[in-house]
Design a protein around this ligand. Structure first.
Ligand SMILES: [Zn+2]
Length: 287
């Protein structure tokens, strides 16, 4: 339920204009503080005199931005994000910097209109402010220009996503989302939790228009599909993920089997430990 007591029907999504503005701001911050190398959110916080605590604060939040007497302080919760240099910790710090750099967020905190802000960086929040901070974080760690150039140099598949995640110090999920958003070729990423699909993103409106929505229950996929195998806890091959061919009709309910839109896809799925499974789909070279 929302504050007015009406049922919440749909997750609100950030508009295209807001996404573009936030991406531009994050890239400008990255270029100003870390122009030539891997972005170091800790260095950016230091340059802005935002102080930091790394601690063990239980399950309540990943990160928190606090405003006290004109100063900002970020807490990063090692109980939830792992080591300070882990991708999730870097993303959490970048997300809190988003709340600092985005004018409306900072002003609300500084004016006391918002309490100390507690965040969970899981890409699943229906809260627009959280989506804005996630979007800022993804573009701070993977600014459009350098990410696009790096994307050109790797295969459009999970091996490429893994290489990009390592290069930019980002999580696989964040790197996969940026890959799908930046790729000129049609592709999609689907995040699964233990009860079904968390979310899905397709690379373009044209691809979405052609195929419609992706399946939302693993039971709709064949038993031996990479996604089913990863969700079943099977151990993947040495490269870390399962790969197989699939048809568009298997994955997209609006596509009739054998129709012109029923193209061949490559399906890859990688286990994310307690966070679930990530599926990457692209057109097969034979499509
Ligand atoms: Zn937040």
């Amino acid at each position: 339920m929302n504050r007015l007591g009406r049922p919440r029907h749909r997750r609100r999504r950030l508009g295209a204009e807001a996404r573009a503005e936030i991406a531009e701001l994050a890239a400008a911050v990255a270029d100003a503080h870390c122009p030539a190398e891997r972005v170091a959110p800790e260095r950016i916080a230091r340059a802005k005199a935002v102080t930091l605590s790394w601690g063990r604060y239980g399950p309540a939040f990943d990160g928190m931005l606090e405003h006290l007497d004109g100063r900002f302080h970020i807490y990063v919760n090692l109980d939830r994000v792992g080591r300070p240099d882990a991708p999730r910790a870097r993303f959490t710090l970048a997300h809190e910097l988003g709340h600092y750099y985005l004018d409306a967020h900072r002003r609300a905190l500084a004016a006391g209109r918002a309490p100390a802000h507690r965040s969970r960086c899981d890409w699943e929040s229906p809260n627009l402010a959280e989506q804005e901070a996630d979007h800022f974080a993804a573009h701070l760690l993977m600014p459009a220009g350098r990410f696009g150039r790096a994307l050109d140099g790797v295969p459009l598949d999970l091996s490429g996503v893994i290489a990009l995640a390592l290069r930019f110090g980002a999580s696989l999920t964040a790197a996969a989302l940026r890959t799908v958003a930046c790729s000129a070729a049609p592709c999609a990423v689907v995040k699964w939790n233990w009860s079904g699909v968390s979310w899905a993103r397709l690379s373009s409106a044209a691809f979405t228009g052609r195929l419609g929505a992706a399946v939302d229950a693993p039971a709709r996929l064949p038993d031996d599909a990479p996604t089913r195998r990863a969700l079943a806890g099977e151990v993947p091959p040495a490269e870390g993920f399962f790969t197989a061919g699939a048809t568009a009709a298997t994955w997209f309910s609006a596509v009739a089997p054998g129709s012109r839109r029923d193209v061949l896809l490559i399906e890859q799925a990688i286990p994310l430990g307690r966070y679930g499974v990530l599926t990457f789909l692209r057109l097969s070279p034979d499509a």
